[in-house]
Design a protein around this ligand. Structure first.
Ligand code: AP5
Ligand code: MG
Length: 203
């Protein structure tokens, strides 16, 4: 199937915007660190997972399809996630100090398409934790989160998707010298100390 991804008017405004991708496995602590980053550096935080969950709320047929994929721990189609990002980046372009894009790119085509249509990223922050740690965190969060994907079966599939599809993205940016890794096995504030050391160089 050919994927048609349209260029939107307004994208030119984003050519010189600072762009930081935040990548990491399920439950690695991307959202937790992004909250702290926003407080300190004032970037605009866009989490593709959060944007997709908002889209699911619409109760449309499309929303149901997205929810089904998320429930299976699979990636949603690239055009859906890129459209959401484009729309929200354009909306914030005039007032943003830069974008913190959480949970994207998760596969090589997402990295390539974003750079082709919008702009190259300045940095990729890899929030790294072991599968065991991530699983424990998500099972614990699952007791109260109400998320359709915080259960044992889906967590296994989310980890598999991360290993199979997102690891190559880490390699891609490592080769470009844009990847910075933080140890998310530590307590959140200690992880943030590492994050600050990285971001102070680009903020
Ligand atoms: P998304 O919502 O992005 O989920 P995820 O990547 O699986 O990760 P989470 O958001 O659950 O975890 P997180 O890393 O933000 O960790 P958090 O800070 O919350 O995506 C969901 C789904 O949407 C995907 O599976 C896919 O279907 C779809 N999707 C999303 N983006 C897509 C894309 N680009 N393309 C295609 N499909 C896409 O922390 C987790 C827990 O751990 C919390 O309880 C937290 O309090 C705790 N915690 C965090 N840090 C620490 C720490 N240092 N020590 C102790 N506990 C900690
Ligand atoms: Mg998150």
């Amino acid at each position: 199937m050919t994927q048609v991804i349209e260029k939107k008017p307004g994208l030119d405004k984003l050519k010189n915007t600072k762009i930081i991708f935040v990548v990491g496995g399920p439950g690695s602590g991307k959202g937790t660190q992004c909250e702290r980053i926003v407080q300190k550096y004032g970037f605009t935080h866009l989490s593709t997972g959060d944007l997709l969950r908002e889209a699911v709320q619409s109760k449309s047929e499309r929303g149901e399809q997205l929810n089904a994929l998320m429930k299976q721990g699979k990636l949603v189609p690239i055009e859906v996630v890129l459209d959401l990002l484009k729309e929200n980046m354009i909306k914030n372009a005039d007032k943003s100090k830069g974008f913190l894009i959480d949970g994207y790119p998760r596969e090589i085509p997402q990295a390539k398409k974003f750079e082709e249509l919008i702009a190259p990223c300045n940095l990729v922050l890899y929030v790294k934790a072991s599968d065991d740690t991530m699983t424990k965190r998500l099972l614990h969060r699952g007791q109260t989160s109400g998320r359709v994907d915080d259960n044992e079966e889906t967590i296994k599939q989310r980890l598999k998707t991360f290993h199979d599809q997102t690891f190559p993205v880490l390699d891609l940016y490592e080769k470009q010298g844009k990847l910075a890794e933080v140890n998310s096995e530590l307590a959140p504030d200690d992880v943030f100390t590492e994050v600050r050391a990285v971001l102070d160089k680009v903020a």
